[in-house]
Unconditional design. Structure first.
Length: 216
């Protein structure tokens, strides 16, 4: 067998051994739509020199949440308690999951304005009202602009649909607003998938290394 044929055989073996990696169960794409709040409508004012909107596609909103096309660092975001309003607000989105599958949630949270602590709860629910929880905190820098920090947590789904809710808990909102962006939820690769991938790669390498008489 020629070297070219051995390479072809190895690649064919790997392709046949890993059909499940392209299935929804093993998908690694972000499950959240409009994850950075860039798809917005309904202009209602301005924030830090950028237009502010009252609607973000794919998100359900309750209370005092608006959306900026771009924050001071060029990042679009959800803004909680703009205009010194009461901290009685949240936004949520439902997404497809698989019961028993593990998922990772990540998001960026910061505060714009006065150096007063802002607090945000990220909660994932399914059949159970609490599958996962992360509390994020941020302080404004008092000079304008928002410094975002990254947060993440895991959960295991218990149904075919789950919901993530971001609930603002800031007790003081005078001259300071919490800002949220870059929400990302992805399935954690199952252990069996990782093992299968390793086995397939190993088998492919064995095919490549197998000594066979060279033919023309």
């Amino acid at each position: 067998m020629t070297a070219f044929r051995r390479v072809t055989a190895a690649l064919s073996f790997i392709a046949l051994a890993l059909p499940g990696l392209s299935s929804p169960t093993h998908a690694t794409s972000n499950l959240i739509q409009n994850s950075d709040f860039s798809d917005v409508s309904g202009p209602v004012g301005s924030f830090n020199g950028y237009t502010v909107y009252d609607t973000a596609a794919d998100w359900s909103v309750f209370g005092n949440v608006v959306f900026s096309g771009a924050e001071s660092n060029g990042q679009s975001a959800a803004i909680f308690n703009g205009g010194d309003q009461l901290p009685l607000d949240f936004l949520s989105q439902s997404f497809k999951t698989k019961a028993g599958q593990s998922y990772t949630v990540s998001f960026d949270y910061g505060a714009y304005g006065a150096s007063t602590p802002q607090v945000l709860n990220a909660v994932v629910s399914g059949t159970s009202p609490l599958l996962g929880l992360k509390t994020a905190t941020a302080n404004g820098n008092g000079t304008g602009g928002a410094a975002f920090s990254a947060y993440s947590f895991n959960f295991v789904a218990d149904s075919d649909t789950s919901t993530i809710t971001f609930d603002d808990l800031g007790s003081t909102t005078a001259s300071v607003d919490g800002v949220l962006t870059n929400i990302d939820i992805r399935a954690v690769p199952e252990a069996s998938t990782v093992v299968l991938f390793a086995i397939a790669i190993g088998a492919g390498l064995l095919v490549l290394r197998r000594r066979s008489p060279l033919t023309a």
